[in-house]
Design a protein around this ligand. Structure first.
Ligand code: FAD
Length: 400
C-alpha cells in the first residue's frame, strides 16, 4: 500500500493570504510546504477581483489587526512591486464630504489615520481643486498621500512565479480540500490524502467551512456581498486623477461607491456591497449553489436583528439600477454625465464574517488556532494591502 504523503505545512488557498504566508514561511526557513487551491488559475477569487487599492491605514480602529497591518503592508507591497517591475500608481486619494454633517466623521478619520501612522491632511476646497479638480466637497476633504493602486492580478502572478521557483514548496492548483481528520492532521483532497504537522486555512470565502472540520469557527459564518463595478468610457479618464472616496459610515465594513484610477489608467466606479446568494455568485444567477438557503436564512436573521445590515440590504441592491449607482457617484464630483459611464465585467465577492451569537458583523481579521492548525477568518479589505505584514505576523505569533 502506498504511504500517505507527508508535508511540514499544508496551506489551503492560494489567494494573497495563502501565498504571502507561504512566502513568509520560506523566508523563515520552513521546508516541505504544500499549497492547495481548488481553482486551476491563480487569482480566481477576491485576490484577483479587487480594486487594487493599496490602502493607507485611514479607516481602521487603532490597535486592530487591520490598522496594524495596513500601512506597513502598503509599504511592503510597494517594495515587492518595485522589485518585480509591477507598475504602482502613486496618486494618493481624497475623501470628500457630501454634506456638512459628514465633516465630523472626516475629522474622526483624520484622528484615526494619524494614530495609525498614515500621512494625511485636512485640505480646503482650493487645495482639493489642485489635487483632484473634478472632486466636490463641503468645505473640507481629507488627502491621503500613501494610497496607491496596483493591478492585483500582476501581483498574484509575480508571487506565484516566485514561489513556484522554490523547491521547498509545491503549489497544487486544481486540488480542492474535501475534509480533514484533525486527530491525525490528515487532509483529504481531490488528489488524495496529505498528512501534515500544521494546517493553515486561507480559503477566503470558504474559510469558515474548512475551519469547522478542525472544530473552529463554531460561532461564525461567512456571508457573501457582491461588488459590482462600472467604468468611465475611453476619453473620460481625465475626470479623475487618483481616487475619490466618500466619507463612509465607519461602523460599516464597506466604503461606498468611489472612483479609482486603476494601474492601467482606466477609471472604475464601485464596488457595491450587495448581499449575494452564493460565495461565488458573480453573475445575476450564476454561482448560486446548495449553500443558498443557508445564506438567505442568515441574511433574514440579520435583517431583523442588525440595523447596520438592514440598511445595507435595503440600500445596496438599488445599485443594480443605473440611476441609483449614478446618483451615488454624482455626489462626489462636479462634472459627470450618465453617458460617460459604461458597464464593466469586473465583479468580486466580499465574504463577511458574522458572529452568530450576537448577529454582529466582525470588523477585524479573526484568527483561530491550536498547535496543529491555524484558521484565517474574515480576510476583509484591506487584507490585500496588508497581506505581507499580516503573513509575517501570523508566522511570528503562531508558528515560530
Ligand atoms: C470587490 C472587492 C474589492 C476589494 N478591494 C480591495 C482593495 O482595493 N484593497 C485591498 O487591500 N483589499 C480589497 N479587497 C479585499 C481583498 O481582495 C481580500 O481581502 C483578499 O483578496 C482576501 O484574500 P484571500 O487570500 O483571503 O482570499 P481569496 O483571494 O478568495 O483566496 C482564497 C483561495 O482559497 C481557495 N479555496 C477556497 N476553498 C477551497 C477549497 N475547499 N480547497 C482548496 N482551495 C480553496 C480559492 O479558490 C481561493 O483561491 C476587495 C475585495 C473585493 C471582493
Amino acid at each position: 500500500m502506498k504511504a500517505t504523503p507527508k508535508a511540514e505545512i499544508v496551506i489551503c488557498g492560494a489567494g494573497i493570504i495563502g501565498l504571502t504566508i507561504a512566502r513568509a514561511l520560506l523566508s523563515n526557513g520552513h521546508k516541505n510546504i504544500i499549497v492547495i487551491d481548488k481553482e486551476q488559475n491563480i487569482a480566481s477569487h477576491a485576490s484577483g477581483r479587487n480594486s487594487g487599492v493599496l490602502h493607507a491605514g485611514i479607516y481602521y480602529a487603532p490597535g486592530s489587526l487591520r490598522a496594524k497591518s495596513c500601512l506597513s503592508g502598503n509599504f511592503q507591497m510597494k517594495e515587492f512591486c518595485r522589485e518585480k517591475g509591477i507598475p504602482v500608481r502613486q496618486n494618493g486619494k481624497v475623501i470628500v464630504a457630501r454634506e456638512k454633517s459628514e465633516l465630523e466623521t472626516l475629522h474622526e478619520l483624520y484622528a484615526r489615520a494619524s494614530e495609525n501612522g498614515a500621512k494625511v491632511e485636512i485640505i480646503d476646497e482650493k487645495r482639493l481643486a489642485e489635487i483632484e479638480p473634478n472632486a466636490k466637497t463641503c468645505g473640507e476633504a481629507l488627502f491621503s498621500h500613501y494610497t496607491a493602486v496596483v493591478d492585483p492580478k500582476l501581483v498574484m502572478q509575480a508571487l506565484y512565479a516566485e514561489l513556484e521557483a522554490d523547491k521547498n514548496i509545491d503549489i497544487q492548483l486544481g486540488n480542492a480540500f474535501i475534509n480533514a481528520d484533525p486527530v491525525t492532521n490528515t487532509i483529504v483532497t481531490e488528489r488524495g490524502d496529505i498528512k501534515c504537522d500544521l494546517f493553515i486555512n486561507a480559503s477566503g470565502a470558504y474559510s469558515d467551512k474548512v475551519a469547522r472540520w478542525f472544530g473552529f469557527s463554531q460561532k461564525y459564518k461567512l456571508i457573501p456581498f457582491k461588488g459590482i463595478y462600472k467604468k468611465l468610457k475611453k476619453g473620460k479618464e481625465h475626470l479623475v486623477n487618483g481616487s475619490i472616496y466618500p466619507v463612509p459610515n465607519i461602523k460599516n465594513p464597506f466604503l461606498g461607491i468611489h472612483f479609482t484610477k486603476g494601474a492601467s489608467g482606466d477609471v472604475y466606479l464601485g464596488p457595491t456591497a450587495i448581499p449575494a446568494f452564493g460565495r461565488e455568485n458573480y453573475g445575476l444567477l450564476s454561482g448560486m449553489d446548495l449553500g443558498m438557503p443557508s445564506i438567505l436564512f442568515q441574511d433574514m436573521v440579520l435583517f431583523f436583528k442588525n440595523e447596520k445590515f438592514r440598511r445595507i440590504a435595503l440600500d445596496e441592491p438599488k445599485k443594480y439600477f443605473f440611476s441609483h449607482f449614478y446618483s451615488d457617484a454624482r455626489r462626489l464630483v462636479k462634472k459627470i454625465d450618465p453617458s460617460d459611464i459604461e458597464n464593466s465585467p469586473k465583479v468580486g465577492i466580499r465574504p463577511q464574517l458574522i458572529n452568530c451569537e450576537n448577529n454582529s458583523l466582525m470588523m477585524d481579521f479573526v484568527v483561530e488556532n491550536d498547535k496543529k492548525s491555524i484558521h484565517i477568518l474574515n480576510s476583509i479589505s484591506p487584507a490585500f494591502t496588508g497581506s505581507m505584514f499580516f503573513a509575517d505576523m501570523v508566522v511570528k505569533n503562531y508558528i515560530d
